[in-house]
Structure formats: structure tokens, C-alpha cells
Design a protein around this ligand. Structure first.
Ligand code: PGA
Length: 253
């Protein structure tokens, strides 16, 4: 297994450490293609990067970004879309060229066409240098939900009830949560040069253990990361509790 685990005492430290890794990537290669994620986990990572960008410590002017996923049926004007999230929580506050930021187009009703377009775009970017990931409580990465197979390219998914319920906290009611999404596939994520998975809180402890120490199975999509050659997990102590309890962490928490 070729992943490393970086232990953080709490959410803030997790964010600082993850931001340091992203920042180092951009400093080493100013033209990096960053794969980006949404959800509550990366918010503090983006805040930290914004702070360093404003201080002149990291420069995103030549960076290109590609997001993992987007709800199907809503566009950037909807404050629950991931396009809106990325603009509000990151892009508007850093010096990235908006033309270099890419997200699946949730407003394209033609799923086949949109998935093909996004895959071609990812190819034209030359692949992803560093992919930031969160992890769902059911082990999903992007919106690659538990399934019988690992989907390869960008595809349209039916969100599981578990995910719809987890995401309903952001919507006025559960009925407003979109039921489908466009997501990068597992193959694209696996082809990223480096993967950085961030996780915090005790709700992630069991799935983090299953993903990295259980069997590799599409029933736990993140478990495929055991086969990637360069994965860094940055997680707080709560999220690492089960891994530690099973004796897999050398550093005592
Ligand atoms: P979260 O979501 O960061 O809001 O916990 C992670 C995910 O579902 O990928």
C-alpha cells in the first residue's frame, strides 16, 4: 500500500496541512491542473489558500482547475450548485483565471453529451496533477456512489438516499435536493498524479478505516485508492479513531 496518513489534531490543522500540500504543488508547478472538491470538508482548506494567495505566498494565475462533480439540473445561479460554491468559497477570492476553471455543466440536459464533453476537456488539460477529495459517509468519492462496478469516465449518477439525506442540510427541504449528478469517474480520479484526501469528524472514522484497510470493492468506492501510487490522507484525530483503534497508526493520538 502506498498511501501516507498525516494526522491533524483538529479541523483547522487538517485544513492548514492540506492547504500546504496544495500550495507546494502550485509553487513547484505554477501551471498545475488541480482537481477540486466541494462539500463542507474543503471549506477551511480554501479559506487558508485564499489567505496565502492574498499575502502573495501562492499564485494561482496559471493554474487550471477541474471539479469532480455537479448536480444535474441546476446551474451557477443556484446557490446550491457546485459552480456557485466554488465561485463563492474560492475562485472569487484568488487570482485564478475564471476561464481556467472547469465544472460539469449541470444545466446541460443531455447527459451523454455533457459527460463526453467533460471527459474531452479533462483530456485536453493533460490530466490532473493533484486531485483533492473528500469522502462520503458511504465511501463515495466525487459522486461515485457504492455500486457493483467502478465507473470509468464522467457519468450521470442517481444519488443514493443516504447522500440525498446528507446533502439535504443545505436545501430548504429534502424535496429540493437534486436526485442526479454528473461526476468524474473512478478512472479519471485514479489517473491523477497525486491524490489528497481530506477527512474530519467521527462520522468519517469507520468509512476511512474500511476504505484504506478493508477490501478494494466498488461497494466502497474510495477503497480503489489503495491501488493508487501516490495518495495522501490528511485527517483529524476523530476521523482516524477507528484506524487507530485497529492498531494501524504508528503515532499515538
Ligand atoms: P462533506 O462531504 O465534506 O460535506 O462531508 C464529503 C463528500 O460527500 O464527498
Amino acid at each position: 500500500m502506498s498511501f501516507r496518513i498525516i494526522v491533524a489534531t483538529d479541523y483547522q490543522e487538517m485544513c492548514r496541512k492540506a492547504a500546504n500540500i496544495i500550495s507546494a504543488q502550485v509553487i513547484l508547478n505554477p501551471e498545475s491542473v488541480l482537481g477540486l472538491a466541494t462539500g463542507s470538508t474543503p471549506l477551511g482548506i480554501y479559506r487558508q489558500l485564499i489567505d496565502w494567495c492574498k499575502k502573495g505566498d501562492v499564485d494561482f494565475s496559471q493554474v487550471k482547475t477541474a471539479n469532480l462533480d455537479e448536480y444535474r439540473g441546476i446551474g451557477p445561479e443556484n446557490d446550491q450548485s457546485y459552480a456557485y460554491y466554488m465561485f463563492e468559497n474560492f475562485f472569487k477570492s484568488i487570482n485564478v483565471n475564471p476561464g481556467n476553471t472547469h465544472i460539469p455543466d449541470g444545466k446541460n440536459p443531455n447527459a451523454q453529451e455533457e459527460c463526453r464533453r467533460y471527459d474531452e476537456l479533462l483530456r485536453s488539460l493533460g490530466g490532473i496533477d493533484l486531485q483533492l477529495l473528500g469522502i462520503g459517509q458511504n465511501g463515495h468519492i466525487g459522486f461515485n456512489e457504492p455500486s457493483d462496478i467502478f465507473e470509468k469516465g464522467t457519468h450521470c449518477v442517481d444519488l443514493t438516499q443516504n447522500t440525498i439525506e446528507a446533502n439535504s442540510r443545505f436545501f430548504a427541504s429534502i424535496d429540493e435536493v437534486p436526485k442526479q449528478a454528473y461526476t468524474m469517474g473512478i478512472q479519471t480520479i485514479m489517473m491523477a498524479d497525486k491524490v489528497l484526501l481530506a477527512a474530519n469528524g467521527k462520522a468519517k472514522a469507520e468509512i476511512l478505516y474500511q476504505s484504506f484497510y478493508g477490501p478494494v470493492t466498488p461497494k466502497v468506492p474510495a477503497s480503489i485508492l489503495q491501488m493508487h501510487r501516490d495518495v495522501t490522507v490528511v485527517a483529524d484525530e476523530e476521523a482516524l479513531a477507528v484506524i487507530k483503534q485497529k492498531g494501524y497508526l504508528s503515532r499515538s493520538l
